[in-house]
Design a protein around this ligand. Structure first.
Ligand SMILES: NC(=O)C1=CN([C@@H]2O[C@H](COP(=O)(O)OP(=O)(O)OC[C@H]3O[C@@H](n4cnc5c(N)ncnc54)[C@H](O)[C@@H]3O)[C@@H](O)[C@H]2O)C=CC1
Ligand SMILES: CC(=O)C(=O)O
Ligand SMILES: [Mg+2]
Length: 602
């Protein structure tokens, strides 16, 4: 586990795998220190530090607090003319001073989350090659597979990396193939891990797998920074993935691997292949499934619909849609004692050719096949028309993961409302412009009866003099806590039981359970505390299943949560201790109290 504090003892918990307090050892001085975003404090370096680290003459004389720096940075942020410019400003702040960057976001979380994540991050990704200033992360090239080992080895010693987020850029945030720009989704997800779960920012690695792109505009753009070739054929692609996983396991054997925004054909195949062997997670399949099931669980608590009678319609049966369907199927099976195949019969999936039917044959992916319906039951209903399907199925729940804006029309929503008293409607497609319906319209068309959650943030809805929160049902509410739990107990695998435990922990924290005007999932401003509970559930379950590789984890609830909190990184300045280069390289090799792998190269 993290070596940062291997020589520090915590008064309450003894030796913690990863401590985030106390002084930090630093071998950098002068300009090199100011240019290092992890150690840099800018105008907040104390008089003593300015002396010790040879900073005199390199900084204006006034020593400021982090709060004063945040105030100035926020004013600069506000002066940027639009969200994309604000996003670019934040990227540059991250390159200069990580503590200030995270603290600024934390102090303005609600306002800034959509700027550093969906929807604005999608715009930044689409414009990656135009906005590019400085590379961040690890770029792997399918035509240079022999170098993957070296490329990954340079990120530190085997114990330095706890978490890798990797994307191949094929299906980014609902905006399709973004090629090498996919590095930015890996970076954005890692920022959320740090913000929302206190994952140590220097112990993570963002990776993009550049296998080409089928984005025609990029292929014709001389400024495109990735491989200007169509995506490589399947066999070569599979070898690329295998090589990446093998090298990652060799050089960073403890890293939990998070897959993000892979294309439909590959996302599931890769997850199924590696889940039995390594601790890995696909956010679009499992994270989205987990948060949606948690939101649904809270909604059913309010509507009082029994699991045994539940009817669910999933519109858009791709990576996210089938991931959600699987989680709901498994929950129905657990709650009713039915076989998973029987539980699947309570879920109807619609994709671009209409309701999934058995006669679709080879057109169905393996994930879709278990939801295909018998053709003979649909001979009298137009199975390509959503409204007709709604009238035939009478769903309690309608979920949109189709990227088709406005697909949940007034007729569809009113049709659904004619069959069930409290329709549960989740338009989850990102970014905001791709949502299947607007929450305010859904509220209007259902006479305020709907229980709504959306994929991107929306403002609250007014109805009959009351204000109703619209929950953001985004995997960002659950993947940080799941990852924190997985990292802290160094789970060998991320088994289905760990995900069930995480989902239950998340569902139990739905604000709507306390007040029906509040959201079906916790708000982003609450996520850090939510992550503690989710991580605790994951760690406890990993212990029960014999998957945990860390000893001495406290058992009591309060003690376990305290143990987790102690290891969550926080955006505050710590004292610096000057050490010699030799000590610093031992630190970087994990032989002494380290400050993070990336410093090995600095
Ligand atoms: N809220 C959240 O946490 C998450 C939201 N998403 C969003 O969900 C959407 C889908 O993402 P993925 O599943 O990764 O993409 P995907 O490409 O794997 O799935 C989209 C599916 O929609 C289908 N589709 C296209 N046109 C359709 C139509 N007219 N009717 C019905 N189905 C249609 C496609 O054939 C495909 O199977 C994206 O907008 C993405 O941003 C994805 C993951 C998490
Ligand atoms: C939220 C997310 O993971 C997506 O839209 O792909
Ligand atoms: Mg995603």
């Amino acid at each position: 586990m993290g070596t940062e504090s291997s020589d520090q003892k915590h008064p309450q918990f003894g030796h913690l795998p990863l401590a985030t307090s106390g002084p930090q050892e630093c071998a950098l001085t002068g300009n090199a220190l100011l240019r290092n975003p992890y150690f840099n404090k800018g105008s907040a370096f104390t008089a003593e530090e300015r002396e010790t680290f040879k900073l005199h003459g390199l900084l204006p004389s006034n020593v400021q607090t982090l709060e004063e720096q945040v105030e100035r940075a926020y004013k600069q942020y506000c002066s940027r003319q639009d969200d994309l410019a604000k996003n670019t400003f934040m990227t540059s702040m991250k390159e200069q001073n990580e503590v200030l960057y995270y603290r600024l976001i934390q102090d303005h979380l609600k306002e800034m989350f959509p700027v550093i994540y969906t929807p604005t991050e999608g715009e930044a990704i689409a414009n990656y090659s135009r906005l590019f200033r400085r590379p961040e992360g690890c770029f792997l090239n399918i035509y240079d597979m022999d170098r993957i080992d070296d490329n990954l080895a340079q990120w530190g010693a085997p114990d330095d990396i706890d978490l890798i987020v990797v994307s191949d850029g094929e299906q980014i945030l609902g905006i399709g193939d973004q090629g090498v720009g996919g590095i930015l989704i890996s970076i954005a997800k890692l920022v959320i891990y740090t913000l929302c779960a206190g994952i140590h920012p220097t112990r993570t690695l963002p990776v993009v797998l550049d296998a080409g792109t089928n984005n025609k505009a990029f292929l014709q753009d001389p400024l495109y920074l990735g491989l200007p070739k169509p995506r490589a054929p399947t066999q070569q692609y599979n070898t690329f993935i295998d090589t990446f996983i093998r090298s990652a396991r060799t050089h960073h054997p403890n890293a939990y691997i998070h897959f993000e925004d892979f294309g439909l054909a590959n996302a599931r195949t890769i997850l199924d292949k590696y889940t039995p062997h390594i601790a890995c997670f696909n956010d679009d399949i499992q994270g989205t499934g987990c948060v949606t099931l948690a939101a649904l669980t809270a909604a059913l608590h309010i509507t009082r619909t029994p699991w045994a009678h539940l009817r669910v319609l999933v519109y858009g049966a791709g990576t996210a849609g089938t991931g959600i369907a699987d989680q709901i199927r498994d929950a129905i099976a657990v709650e009713t004692g039915r076989e998973a195949s029987d539980a699947a019969a309570q879920i109807w999936c619609v994709d671009k050719h209409g309701l999934l039917l058995r006669s679709d044959g080879e057109r169905l992916t393996s994930a879709q096949a278990s939801y295909a319906r018998r053709d003979e039951d649909w001979t009298h209903t137009p199975h390509t028309d959503l409204l007709s399907i709604v009238h035939a199925v009478k769903p309690h729940v309608l979920i949109g993961t189709s990227t088709q804006p406005g697909a949940f029309t007034e007729a569809v929503i009113r049709g659904m409302t004619s069959h069930v008293p409290r329709p549960v409607i989740f338009p989850l497609s990102n970014p905001t412009r791709l949502h299947e319906a607007q929450p305010s319209d859904i509220f209007k068309w259902t006479g305020g009866k709907a229980l709504i959650a959306t994929g991107s943030p929306f403002p609250p809805v007014e109805h009959d003099g009351e204000t109703y929160e619209v929950a953001e049902c985004n995997n960002s509410v659950c993947f940080p806590g799941i990852g924190l739990g997985a990292v802290l107990c160094r789970t060998r695998l991320l088994s289905p039981a760990l995900l069930v435990a995480a989902t239950r922990a998340l569902a139990a924290q739905a604000p709507a359970l306390r007040d029906p005007r509040r959201g079906l999932v916790p708000d982003v401003t609450e996520v850090r505390e939510v992550s503690v509970r989710v991580a605790a559930a994951v760690i406890r379950e990993a212990g029960r299943e014999g998957l945990s590789r860390v000893g001495g984890i406290p058992e009591g609830e309060a003690e376990l949560e305290g143990w987790i909190r102690e290891q969550m990184w926080e955006a505050r300045y710590r004292g610096l201790e000057l050490v010699g280069r030799e000590r610093a390289s031992r630190v970087a090799r994990g032989e002494a109290g380290a400050t993070g792998s990336r410093l090995a190269r600095e």
